[in-house]
Design a binder for this molecule. Structure first.
Ligand SMILES: [Zn+2]
Length: 172
C-alpha cells in the first residue's frame, strides 16, 4: 500500500465492529466506501452504530460497482477458485475496490486470499493479515491433468475431478 498518496478505502462487513475511525483517518484516506449489501449484513449493535455515525457525517459513501466489473471479478475468482465460498457481497466489495483502485479493508482471511491474487491492496484493522496465498486448482484423478476453470469432469478424458491446494508465501 502506498502510504504517500491518498487512498480510497473500501470497507467490508468484518471491519465495522472494531472500527477505529480516528485511527483510520491518520492513514491519508481520501474516501471510505462500501456497498449496500455490506450495510445489510451488519447485525451487531457496535457495527451498526459505527456505520450509522459514518453515514450521518458523510464519511462513508455507499456505491454499487459496475455490473461488468462484477462479472469480470466473478469470472476471475471462479478461474482461481472454481469452488469459491465467497458470497455475493464479498464479490461486490472486491469489485468496488477494483473499480475505484482502492484498498480493501477486511479482516476476513478468504477475502484477503482472493484480493491478493487479483492484485487488490488490503488493509487489516484487527485480526491477522495473511502471510501466504492459498491457491486452489482442479486435477483429474484419472489422467492427472491440471484443469483450468470450473469443470465437473476432466475435459480430456471425462475422469473425476478433485480439488487441490498449493501455498505460496507472500514476501513483504
Ligand atoms: Zn482426465
Amino acid at each position: 500500500m502506498n502510504k504517500n498518496s491518498q487512498q480510497i478505502f473500501v470497507l467490508d462487513s468484518t471491519v465495522f465492529i472494531r472500527l477505529d475511525f480516528p485511527g483510520l483517518q491518520t492513514l491519508r484516506v481520501r474516501k471510505f466506501m462500501t456497498v449496500n449489501s455490506v450495510l445489510q449484513e451488519l447485525k451487531d449493535f457496535r457495527s451498526k452504530m459505527n456505520s450509522d455515525v459514518m453515514l450521518q457525517t458523510n464519511k462513508l459513501k455507499v456505491s454499487s460497482p459496475d455490473p461488468l466489473i462484477i462479472e469480470t471479478v466473478k469470472n476471475k475468482i471462479l478461474e482461481l477458485d472454481p469452488k469459491t465460498r465467497l458470497s455475493k457481497t464479498d464479490i461486490e466489495v472486491l469489485s468496488l475496490a477494483k473499480q475505484e483502485g482502492g484498498v480493501l479493508v477486511t479482516n476476513d482471511l478468504a477475502l484477503q486470499n482472493i484480493a491478493k491474487q487479483i492484485r487488490i491492496p488490503i488493509y487489516v484493522i484487527s485480526g491477522k493479515e495473511i502471510t501466504e496465498i492459498r491457491k486452489t486448482y482442479l486435477k483429474c484423478k484419472n489422467c492427472k491433468t491440471v484443469i483450468r476453470g470450473s469443470h465437473q469432469h476432466c475435459p480430456d478424458c471425462g475422469g473425476e475431478v478433485k480439488e487441490y491446494f498449493s501455498k505460496e508465501n507472500l514476501s513483504k
